[in-house]
Design a protein around this ligand. Structure first.
Ligand SMILES: [Fe+2]
Length: 252
């Protein structure tokens, strides 16, 4: 199993605050049967430039790899916040792609509403068209704008993006909730624990995997297959299908 979104690298963002916490998170994921973990610390354009971020990430990675004795394969990535990249040349974001691939985990705006004119949409387009990168939208189910207008999910897929959801959202998904609807519309491509620390945000990959498998084995297998293809840098593009709609009874 592949965990596509984690904040396990020590002392680089609001995730693991020590090497001990990093090792505890990896131990928990290994016990849950996860074999590959993508390390995706936050990158905010405003706070630091890419070079500084990459140096800091390399140091944190060395610290972790020297100490880690377990069997999980670790890959380098980041969670690139596009809302803060207004003054960033899009070509400078290229090294933030998931290790050895054409895929980049992108975080969008948490503003209550989106419009097609928002800066991050332009950035998504530039990443695709100018850099040949495919954005994977981090925790798509959490954005207030998308929760308000779930049709955005289909629009993002139509624009060539893939969508990742969080394990906690699978576990907490209501019957008529957004996550269930996105899954049944085929609008979920990747899964991540988005774990930050062992106490407040521990990884719950195993529990989410069990639920997904129980609900629909094919959807579960498809998500794992997508992530395998991404890590092998194979091209992926999906038809958006029917947009999810928000009704008085919930998401359908
Ligand atoms: Fe995250």
């Amino acid at each position: 199993m592949i965990d596509f979104h984690t904040h396990i690298l020590p002392c680089i963002d609001d995730g693991a605050a020590s090497l001990e916490e990093s090792l505890a998170l990896l131990g928990a994921l290994e016990a849950q049967g996860v074999g590959t973990v993508v390390l995706t610390p936050h990158y905010y354009g405003r706070k630091r430039d890419v070079e500084y971020f990459l140096e800091k990430r390399a140091r944190a990675d060395r610290t972790l790899c020297e100490a880690y004795q377990g069997g999980i394969r670790l890959l380098q990535g980041c969670e690139c916040n596009l809302d803060t990249c207004a003054n960033t040349d899009v070509s400078s974001l290229r090294p933030l792609a998931l290790e050895g691939t054409r895929y980049i985990l992108a975080e969008l705006s948490f503003r209550p509403q989106w419009t097609k004119g928002d800066l991050f949409f332009r950035r998504l387009k530039e990443l695709k068209e100018e850099e040949g990168l495919t954005p994977v939208i981090a925790h798509a189910e959490l954005y207030p704008a998308l929760r308000h207008r779930p049709e955005w999910a289909a629009a993002l897929i139509e624009a060539g993006c893939l969508l990742q959801i969080n394990c906690d959202s699978v576990i907490n998904a209501g019957k008529r909730g957004l996550v269930r609807a996105l899954l049944s519309h085929g609008q979920v491509h990747c899964l991540g624990s988005d774990t930050h620390d062992p106490r407040k945000r521990p990884p719950r990959y195993g529990a989410a995997a069990a639920l997904l498998k129980e609900r629909n084995e094919n959807i579960w297998a498809g998500i794992q297959e997508n992530m395998r293809k991404i890590l092998a840098d194979l091209p992926l593009r999906f038809a958006a299908g029917e947009p999810v709609k928000k009704t008085v009874l919930g998401y359908v």
